[in-house]
Design a protein around this ligand. Structure first.
Ligand code: SF4
Ligand code: SF4
Length: 151
């Protein structure tokens, strides 16, 4: 049994080239839209995150140098110091599709496991009302950082 578990673990590692890779963070730009359900899931997740950490990331300057004198505006959940997503476990669908569907290929060309129903998912998603996180904040009254983090 031990040998079998070991083989499964090795297989899972091979199938997950995203492990410890943050290259997709270059695409984490401001203005992504999400559904109300995703907004609620992110707010619930934020309640579980260390307050100091969440506050540090959410209050960061998101306008960062990109190339020569060109700057880019990062997603508000991107930790521009550590290059990681604050809400990774609760990130919206569009973020979950990166590298996993043919129209959003892995920028490094790694063999990331492809989702077979990616097109069906995005078609259903496109029919839903989506707004940016700040727009949902305004609509729900959760625009104050302390209200959002419930601390
Ligand atoms: S899709 Fe590619 S670039 Fe993005 S995190 Fe995975 S391995 Fe890295
Ligand atoms: S929610 Fe996370 S994964 Fe999605 S764009 Fe923002 S930082 Fe990137």
């Amino acid at each position: 049994v031990k040998g079998k578990i070991q083989r499964i673990r090795i297989g899972a590692a091979v199938l997950n080239p995203c492990e410890d890779c943050h290259e997709c963070s270059m695409r984490c730009t401001d203005g992504i839209t999400l559904t109300r359900q995703e907004f609620d899931q992110i707010v619930a997740y934020l309640h579980t995150v260390d307050f100091t950490k969440a506050r540090r990331v959410l209050e960061q300057e998101k306008r960062v140098p990109w190339f020569e004198d060109i700057y880019r505006e990062c997603c508000l959940f991107m930790d521009v110091v550590k290059q990681e997503c604050l809400i990774y476990q609760a990130r919206p669908l569009i973020c979950r599709l990166f590298g996993r569907v043919e129209w959003l290929p892995c920028p490094l060309g790694r063999p990331v496991g492809q989702l077979h129903d990616g097109l069906g998912m995005i078609n259903a998603y496109a029919c839903e009302i989506r707004k940016t996180f700040p727009q949902w904040q305004m609509e729900t009254g959760l625009y104050d950082l302390h209200a959002l983090l419930k601390k």
